[in-house]
Design a protein around this ligand. Structure first.
Ligand code: HEC
Ligand code: HEC
Length: 373
């Protein structure tokens, strides 16, 4: 028994960082950061009601529609325009911070959809409004109501979606997935589920960090290991970026300025939905998985690279328009230049495997697109 324990301990003994944690701390970290499993094919609220085959078919329909510019009022944008499958589902069109839609700018930085299904699985049930920066939507598919509105230039989202689905191009597929009974229910609600099912396929796990935390000390370099120690230690990142997705699923004001081309002068963040003054300028803690791939950063894309992000925290965050809302953790950090490098090295270990190619293909049905108005 004693020998076995010594052996376990010995596994870690040549790794300075892991050694710097007590065994209790380390096992707690291993539990807190245990790698998540890939999401099931079926969205949570239809699990047990839909067969796996139906969920798969819904995901394929969602994939077709993801690339469908006919969902926009003037045939100019599809979901993939701002969530580019070849660039980790972010808006890669210009270096400009915020996305431009069919008619206007969105005012915000497009969020990567990779691991969006996991967010749905892992966010606590009692605080599930975790989609978009301001956090109002409770599933990835439900963001359709926002996306197909102003960004895609439609005044009436339901009518716009209905028109595309009831066209000869998609109606047979839709009926094949949802059947006669479901065709009576809201097309919009079913299409939300199709997008849910599709986005659940966009997983990227199995990052070097996942191998490290489950026991392979050499899966990440020494510098990155040091960075993890800082991340959960004096840099205090894990106070907000914790758990398997590196998010507490809560809202914080860190003082990111409203700056850059086409960024509105103010953004009330989560307050828009809660109407609570204390929520003014708070935004959802984003996941850090695949962060190296999804520049620029923050809700308005104000930061071009991770070095800028870390410099921002090192200086104690920014300043806020509404007094008293800045998160208490936003204080200057005592970090050396080497600490900054180590944190960056750690963040790079959160890059996962690519999204399976079968889910990044443009499969929409080509058909003429007519401008609605
Ligand atoms: C004009 C660019 C644009 C288009 C087109 C667009 N999006 Fe987005 N998307 C964004 C932006 C910007 C955000 C962040 C919105 C916010 O925080 O208010 C976002 C956020 C999201 C999110 C939230 C992700 C998360 O984890 O919080 C989902 C899901 C999403 N979009 C899905 C879609 C789908 C599905 C479509 C097509 C029906 C679509 N988007 C079309 C720009 C776009
Ligand atoms: C008080 C909670 C909190 C702490 C502490 C914190 N963050 Fe954040 N982090 C956030 C929030 C909230 C955002 C989004 C802010 C925004 O967009 O305005 C964010 C955004 C980020 C982003 C941008 C991700 C993206 O996709 O745009 C990175 C990278 C990041 N944080 C890394 C870190 C690191 C590294 C530390 C420690 C040095 C840290 N954070 C500490 C809450 C926090």
């Amino acid at each position: 028994m004693v020998a076995a324990m010594a052996a376990t301990h010995c596994d870690w003994s040549d790794d300075r960082v892991v050694e710097s944690f007590t065994p209790d701390q380390w096992s707690k970290l291993q539990a807190d950061y245990a790698p998540p499993g890939a999401p099931t094919a079926c969205p949570p609220h239809v699990q047990g009601q839909w067969s796996a085959a139906k969920c798969q078919a819904a995901a394929r329909l969602g994939q077709q529609l993801f690339f469908e510019t006919r969902l926009s009022s003037n045939c100019t944008v599809s979901c993939a325009t701002c969530h580019d499958p070849d660039r980790w589902f972010i808006d890669s069109r210009t270096a400009s911070n915020v996305s431009s839609g069919a008619i206007t700018f969105t005012g915000r930085n497009a969020i990567s959809l990779v691991n969006g299904g996991l967010k749905d699985d892992l966010a606590p049930q009692d605080q599930h409004e975790v989609f978009t920066w301001g956090g109002h939507y409770t599933s990835p598919g439900s963001v359709l109501r926002l996306a197909a509105g102003k960004p895609m230039g439609n005044e009436d989202v339901e009518a716009a979606v209905d028109k595309v689905i009831r066209s000869p191009t998609y109606w047979a597929t839709y009926m094949g997935v949802f059947g006669v009974t479901d065709s009576q229910s809201s097309v919009l609600a079913n299409i939300e589920l199709a997008f849910d099912a599709y986005i659940r396929q966009l997983s990227s796990l199995d990052a070097p960090f996942d191998r490290f935390i489950t026991g392979r000390a050499d899966a990440i370099g020494e510098d990155a290991q040091r960075g993890f120690g800082l991340f959960v230690g004096k840099a205090m990142c894990a106070e907000c970026h914790r758990g398997p997705l590196f998010s507490d699923f809560r809202f914080h004001a860190t003082g990111v300025p409203q700056a850059g081309a086409n960024v509105p002068a103010t953004d009330s963040g989560h307050q828009k939905w809660t109407m609570q003054p204390a929520d003014t300028g708070t935004f959802l803690t984003p996941t850090l998985r695949n962060a190296t791939r999804t520049a620029p950063y923050m809700h308005d894309g104000w930061m071009a690279n991770l070095a800028e992000v870390i410099a921002f925290y090192r200086a104690g965050g920014g300043s806020v328009a509404a007094p008293g809302t800045l998160d208490l953790l936003m204080e200057p950090l005592d970090l050396s230049d080497q600490d900054v490098t180590s944190l960056e090295a750690f963040l790079a270990t959160l890059d996962g495997a690519p999204v399976p190619e079968t889910w990044t293909q443009d499969t929409h049905v080509k058909a003429p697109c007519s401008v609605a108005r």
